[in-house]
Design a protein around this ligand. Sequence first.
Ligand SMILES: *Cc1c(COP(=O)(O)O)cnc(C)c1O
Length: 314
Amino acid sequence: MKRLEDFRRVPLGVFPTPIQRLDNISRLLGTNVYVKRDDMTGLGLGGNKTRKLEFLLADAIDKGAELVFTTGGAQSNHAMLTAAAAGRLGLKAVLVLKKRGVTDIAGNLFLEKLMGTDVRFVDTDDYQDIYDEMDRIAAELGLKAYKIPMGGSNALGTLGYVSCAEEISRQGIHFDHLICAEGSGGTMAGLALGAKFFLPGTRVHGMMVDASDFTPVTLSLMKEAAALLEADIEISEKDFDLRRVWGEGYAIPSKEGNAAVEMMAANEGIFLDPVYTGKAFSGLIAMAEEGAFKPDDKVLFLHSGGAGGLFAVH
Ligand SMILES: *Cc1c(COP(=O)(O)O)cnc(C)c1O
């Protein structure tokens, strides 16, 4: 099996991110709740995509790319962080975003304006239209392009969260449960695969913030990332749990999600976001209410960021 160190990374973030016990929330929920502060990854306003981009942009540079494309919704945190990282590395970034959600110059689009990012919108629900538009732009600019998929969720990006699982294992606390938001799948797949290597006895739960079937997505990302690592390991749907927290749909704030954002803000001075982490934390609260955690369990919540969208999506 290969080691994570065998894959080139460009340093973009500040690692390890802290793990903190949430004393007030632990008291309220009757278990031991900790947070992994990936909202403090050190690029832009923080967030999970930095770990993926360290692998993806190293690959882009190795392949001689001059131009980096990515996509997502109008308020994509991933797209904003890709532009921030590309700027630091001297690569041109073009964000080809779906004209869906909040398209005003607010939130992540405001941050992109500050960075002078080239943002284009395509009025479509079909990612094929977006990738076609990227090919057109690359030909027009005459630059060698590297396409990063939505959310940075391919096998290489997934290694960012395999690496996060290794980082957690070195931080000295054994967790019974590890809980994260699942949007495009790479974060959860990386943690679930990484847990098999580095976090024995830790159950990984993905909180689905988008109304799609994540079991096949998670399994294929886990398998593809394991293949990159040349790991001879059995992967099945028993390796993770999924829970629906999307409410009325992706990027539509929910009552439970907003209550979780407020609970975290009021009790711990930590800001979640309504699209990903608030909904994910509402799933953790629901599990606590259902008695899924014992009083002496240790539950780790991955704070995957999202601050950029907080000021645009309410
Ligand atoms: C993208 C994102 C997620 C989801 O991660 P995936 O790897 O896409 O599943 C969670 N939280 C925030 C803040 C994000 O931007």
